[in-house]
Design a protein around this ligand. Structure first.
Ligand code: NAD
Length: 256
């Protein structure tokens, strides 16, 4: 028996990186997982590998910044599994695809808009698409992925940091609105996490990782495995009395 047996959980951006680790952990705790990602090939490969392991999962190709895609993500989930218990809003413009890094006054306006569209509007659209179903059922768990860069005020990344700060505000506001329906809305703020493919680890990644490690009381690199337990907890009934919160998982680097 798993703590998430028969729960149906959608993970956006679940095909690669940290999202893939969320999918694998939720499935290993018994959930049926819907992998909603732009990258159809990686999502399909993950569904096959989970299937070989006896896990029930499906892929939906979506751009979370598109309202019709978000609606289709939920309708296809309901068609296949008949319910949605959880939504993990993890998709973001971060490294897949990569984004401009540099002083705020040099951020191309179209990059600013794309980051806001995916990282912020995408969460709004996916929550909007799922909420009437959750309200009808009188339960649901929504987990929005923010970032510890908000607390750090990480420089040369203003569009991303601003979008992730917005995620926290949205989480709090929607948690206040949705509590009456038995729906929990929380956020997770990961620290700098080595979630890229090995061939993408360059000098810049190594330097950022070293800097993060030296600032952490738990002084080691952060990996996707460090985050999965928090997502599973927030999807489970163990967190039924927690809402509107942002759990920072960064080895103690920030202590808000
Ligand atoms: N890696 C870190 O250091 C770190 C730190 C803090 C927060 N985060 C956050 O954690 C989450 C996952 O990070 P990651 O490192 O795995 O990111 P990543 O860039 O490696 O992966 C993002 C995933 O989202 C998908 N995606 C991107 N745009 C999409 C869209 N419009 N619609 C649907 N899917 C889309 C990508 O295909 C990919 O599978 C992101 O929200 C990121 O901002 C990451």
């Amino acid at each position: 028996m798993g703590r998430l047996d028969d729960q149906v959980i959608i993970v956006t951006g679940g095909a690669q990186g940290i999202g893939k680790a969320y999918v694998e952990r939720l499935a290993s705790e018994g959930a049926k997982v819907v992998i909603a990602d732009l990258n159809a090939e990686a999502a399909g490969a993950l569904v096959r590998s989970l299937g070989e392991d006896g896990k029930d999962a499906m892929a939906v190709t979506v751009d979370v910044s598109n309202a019709d895609d978000a609606e289709r993500m939920v309708s296809e989930t309901l068609e296949r599994f008949g319910r949605v218990d959880g939504l993990v809003n993890n998709a973001a413009v971060y490294q897949r695809p990569g984004l401009f890094r540099g002083p705020f006054d040099q951020i191309p306006v179209e990059d600013w808009d794309r980051v806001m569209a995916v990282n912020l509007r995408g969460i709004f659209l996916c929550c909007r698409a799922v909420i009437s179903h959750m309200k009808e059922r009188g339960s649901g768990k929504i987990i929005n992925i923010s970032s510890s860069t908000v607390a750090q005020g990480t420089p040369n990344f203003a569009h991303y940091v601003t979008s992730k700060a917005g995620v926290i505000g949205f989480t709090r506001s929607v948690a206040r609105e949705m509590g009456q329906y038995g729906i929990n809305v929380n956020a997770i703020a990961p620290g700098y996490t080595l979630s890229m493919d090995a061939e993408d680890v360059d000098d810049n990644v190594r330097a950022t990782d070293l800097r993060s490690v030296s600032n952490r009381p738990l002084s080691r690199s952060e990996s996707p495995a460090d985050l999965v337990g928090t997502v599973a907890f927030l999807c489970s009934s163990d967190s039924d009395f927690i809402t509107g919160q942002t759990l920072t998982v960064d080895g103690g680097n920030t202590m808000p």
